[in-house]
Write a protein that binds this ligand. Structure first.
Ligand SMILES: Nc1ncnc2c1ncn2[C@@H]1O[C@H](COP(=O)(O)OP(=O)(O)OP(=O)(O)O)[C@@H](O)[C@H]1O
Length: 263
């Protein structure tokens, strides 16, 4: 069992090309259990592709991903999700015509690759399972502040509420590591604070995060370790103070860095 401070996620030489473009180019990163790690870099740096590689949605051209001591490269996204590595999306993907509660309850089954309706018809235990799932869903909705929206259609939630719904959905599987893709994008300032509070509260319960985020204020406030990418490669890693001081990071954001020269 991984303890806080142990490495929970590691990539080794992870690469992905699209034609001649190396979107992710030999990336080695480590994420510690129980820690919040930030992944930053200018547009096109390869952050989303790296997330997709880790979550099993994008297949690597080379390299591997180790989660909780086991290689997960090549596993389907639902298997990775069930293994306890959950991700949210830059643009939330709820089922808009279903209620908020149904979206949360469906999360574990839908993402597990089993069909909800198969389960529904198959087993006499379904009623008890459904009751447990409903209770757990209401708990995570209460945690995320969405309990009073449980019966609303997910499609009518605001952008920020949809991000909280995504967090609620991944919480259903009690993951030790959550990947958040731009959690504050399109979220109003009040809900940004709510989101930050929830992330920090979950982290205090031992959940690790890897967060892609352009909101530097948030990154500097909550991340203990920050990985900086540019042009498919990691160009710097360190704590927030170190990142702020690092000229290569400034240059990367200004777009005048030649990564080749830095390697
Ligand atoms: N499916 C794809 N086919 C072709 N090129 C792709 C594909 N996905 C990503 N790319 C390219 O790979 C590079 C890295 O893109 P990626 O989206 O990973 O960067 P990013 O750091 O997440 O950027 P942003 O901050 O804008 O989201 C970009 O040049 C992008 O155009």
């Amino acid at each position: 069992m991984t303890q806080t401070g142990d490495v929970i996620l590691q990539t080794r030489g992870l690469s992905r090309s699209f034609g001649a473009l190396m979107a992710v180019d030999g990336v080695d990163i480590s994420v510690k259990a129980g820690q919040i790690t930030g992944l930053i870099g200018p547009n096109g740096a390869g952050k989303s592709t790296l997330f997709g590689l880790i979550a099993g949605e994008v297949q690597p051209s080379a390299g591997e991903v180790i989660f909780d001591g086991k290689p997960i490269s090549g596993l389907r996204p639902d298997r990775i999700f069930r293994a306890g590595l959950a991700r949210t999306f830059q643009i939330p993907r709820p089922f808009p015509q279903m209620s908020v509660l149904e979206n949360v309850m469906l999360s574990a089954t839908a993402q597990s690759g089993e069909t909800f309706w198969n389960n529904w018809f198959r087993s006499g235990l379904v009623a008890a399972e459904e009751r447990r799932s409903r209770e757990r869903a209401m708990e995570v909705l209460a945690f995320t502040g969405l309990a009073d929206k449980a019966r609303d259609l997910a499609g009518v939630l605001s952008g920020g509420q949809q991000k909280l719904l995504e967090l609620a959905r991944v919480m259903m599987v009690d993951p030790p590591l959550i990947l958040l893709d731009e959690p504050t994008a399109g979220v109003n300032p009040t809900l940004i604070e709510t989101l930050i509070d929830k992330i920090v509260a979950l982290n205090e319960r031992g959940v690790a995060f890897l967060i892609v985020e352009h909101n530097m204020d948030m990154v500097m406030r909550i991340c203990r370790h920050i990985v900086v990418m540019a042009q498919g490669r990691v160009i710097f890693e360190g704590d927030p103070a170190g990142v702020m001081k690092e000229q290569r990071v400034v240059d990367a954001y200004l777009g005048d860095v030649s990564v080749g020269e830095l390697a």
